[in-house]
Design a protein around this ligand. Structure first.
Ligand SMILES: CC(C)(COP(=O)(O)OP(=O)(O)OC[C@H]1O[C@@H](n2cnc3c(N)ncnc32)[C@H](O)[C@@H]1OP(=O)(O)O)[C@@H](O)C(=O)NCCC(=O)NCCS
Length: 150
């Protein structure tokens, strides 16, 4: 097993990112969507590689004092090792350095594992967006106040 490496996403990662996306989400983003995120302004996109393989990523966007986590995923074989927590810690560090006040995200109502993950990081459920996902499932909007410690 190679070493884990966390870096800004680059074009050569997109195949691996998309492969992981398809395995991790019921309504995955299209490949082109990731590519356009790569070139958009106000983005904070990180990949986790083990050797040549993409084993995790976070795609976040920010504007003024708000950050929104669009996507986060870790390969099934690499879960519960703190990789996603490290990605979120990097987002938080970026947010603090850029005077961002809140981080928000949406999570499927049925995705209780991810909700627990975010709660552990002091995110709170703010409200529910009914029929948010293409298959009709509701999203729980979760928010973290960046000023809070840690
Ligand atoms: C959610 C996800 C990104 C978490 O990645 P991860 O690298 O396994 O998370 P971490 O190892 O950093 O977890 C840190 C802590 O969060 C909590 N946690 C993480 N996953 C959890 C789960 N499935 N159920 C309950 N708690 C969980 C635990 O407290 C964990 O610490 P512990 O392992 O010491 O108990 C990963 O499960 C995933 O990719 N899921 C599929 C995609 C997805 O649902 N993304 C989020 C959509 S909004």
């Amino acid at each position: 097993m190679g070493e884990l490496e966390i870096a800004i996403v680059r074009q050569g990662d997109i195949d691996g990112v998309h492969r992981l996306e398809v395995s991790a989400f019921p309504s995955p983003w299209r490949r082109e969507f990731f590519e356009s995120e790569l070139h958009a302004d106000g983005r904070f996109n990180l990949v986790v590689r083990r050797g040549e393989e993409v084993v995790g990523y976070v795609f976040a966007m920010w504007f003024f004092d708000e950050m929104h986590v669009n996507k986060i995923a870790v390969a099934e074989s690499e879960r519960r090792r703190g990789i996603a927590a490290e990605l979120m810690a990097r987002c938080l560090e970026f947010a603090r350095a850029n005077r961002i006040k809140t981080i928000t995200l949406e999570v499927r109502k049925s995705n209780t594992g991810a909700q627990e993950f975010y709660r552990r990081l002091d995110f709170e459920a703010s409200y529910v967006r009914p029929r948010y996902y293409p298959d009709g499932e509701a999203a729980v909007v979760m928010t973290k106040d960046v000023a809070e410690q840690p």
